[in-house]
Ligand binder design. Structure first.
Ligand SMILES: [Zn+2]
Length: 394
């Protein structure tokens, strides 16, 4: 199996400055190569190819030993190949009769990643294995950069990339031959209801919360987005507000991913068959239903924004869950969530009135009461098991 690991880098101040320079030089190289292709094509109708540009690299490096010459030949080739891919996609679309935009110059802040295509070539993962407590990655021209390795890296490291996100740096390892982590078979089955108060609620009555600070960050992000919308275009304040929105976005993304990993891991460990809502259908019905079921909020606009920020976590959660389920040999079933929140899990009576409040379910027909999300999760589980049976898997 192939998979990638994204790990936080902890560069020293000097290394961070060098990493910035490394990105900047690769960006300049990308733009220069783009300019070269454009001019050759416009003035002489000549198509410049990757091979031609790669052949030029030697001279570019020799002419600028303190600049371009510092970095890895291979990472520069990877940057030229990236441009080549952009052109290939452009010509493919032209050929298909579409009107694609010409590949663009990358402005500052629009070039945030550099790849080394092969471990050991201008870069080295785990470059100081004898270090007792820390992990390092060596990057040509930068040195041994400390890595915050929060999970083991399995398999064989193929490519190494660095990525800038706001003021943070990450190393992305793409690994081959990663062993599937098969857990002992779990016979248990579970249904999941996805919500805002809890990320997921299980049919066994467990509520899996979003990470502790996510709600606060989402609030702050919603406020920052509103503040940004009020600022005048092109103003200094607007630029500042935009940077704040960007930083908060990155923070929310990290917290969301962290929560998704934890929740998914626990579920995959405990259950063999996991039934969840089909998100494409859920999103269509939920936006309409949500406003009726959560009335009386006078901060509607902001809470709507906040809510949509939290809602976006479901996609991340399901992606992580699918990944972990595959790796552990678990079965995932997606079902249409229509009516699962208003149907009684005991007698099957379906009515809007069953749902007393956001959290409370009370059946008008048989008197069954339950937490509304648990009731929904039980219905989801039942729908999933029926679907499975119909498909002959049970
Ligand atoms: Zn009932």
């Amino acid at each position: 199996m192939r998979r990638s690991y994204t790990l936080l880098l902890r560069p020293t101040g000097k290394q961070a400055a060098t990493l910035t320079q490394c990105l900047e030089d690769h960006r300049v190289l990308y733009n220069a190569a783009l300019e070269h292709r454009r001019t050759a094509y416009r003035k002489a109708g000549v198509t410049v190819r990757y091979g031609d540009q790669s052949g030029e690299l030697k001279h570019i490096r020799a002419d600028d030993p303190a600049g371009q010459g510092r970095w890895s030949f291979s990472s520069q080739q990877a940057t030229l190949r990236r441009l080549d891919k952009a052109f290939a996609a452009f010509f493919r679309r032209v050929k298909a009769g579409q009107k694609p935009g010409f590949p663009r110059f990358k402005g500052r802040g629009w070039f945030d990643t550099v790849e080394w295509p092969k471990d050991g070539d201008g870069c080295r993962w785990d470059s100081q294995p004898e270090h007792p407590t820390a992990t390092f990655v060596r990057l040509q021209g930068v040195g041994h950069v400390r890595v915050h390795q929060h999970r083991p890296v399995l398999g064989r490291v193929k490519t190494i990339s660095i990525k800038r996100e706001g003021s943070r740096w990450y190393v992305v390892l793409s690994c081959d031959d990663v062993p599937a982590q098969t857990l002992p078979a779990a016979g248990a089955v579970v249904g999941l209801d996805m919500g805002v108060a809890s990320l997921v609620t299980t049919s066994d009555g467990e509520h899996v919360a979003n990470p502790r600070h996510l709600h606060a960050s989402a609030d702050r992000l919603a406020a920052a987005q509103q503040a940004l919308a009020r600022k005048k275009r092109g103003s200094k304040r607007r630029r500042k507000a935009a940077a704040r929105v960007g930083a908060l976005h990155a923070k929310v993304r990290r917290q969301r991913l962290d929560g998704a990993h934890k929740a998914a891991l626990a579920l995959v460990r405990d259950y063999g068959v996991i039934v969840h809502e089909d998100l494409r259908i859920a999103n269509m019905t939920r936006s309409a239903v949500g406003t009726i079921e959560a009335p009386g909020r006078n901060v509607a606009q902001k809470s709507g924004l906040n809510r949509s920020i939290l809602d976006a976590g479901w996609g991340v959660f399901l992606t992580v869950l699918a990944h972990k389920a595959e790796s552990a040999g678990r079965e995932l079933v997606a079902v249409n969530p229509a009516n699962t929140s208003r149907t009684c899990a005991r007698c099957g009576h379906c009515a809007k009135e069953n749902r007393v409040t956001q959290a409370e379910f009370a059946c008008m027909a048989c008197g069954h009461t339950a937490h509304a999300d648990v009731n929904a999760a039980v219905n989801i589980l039942r729908a999933g098991l029926a679907l499975r049976e119909a498909a002959g898997a049970a």
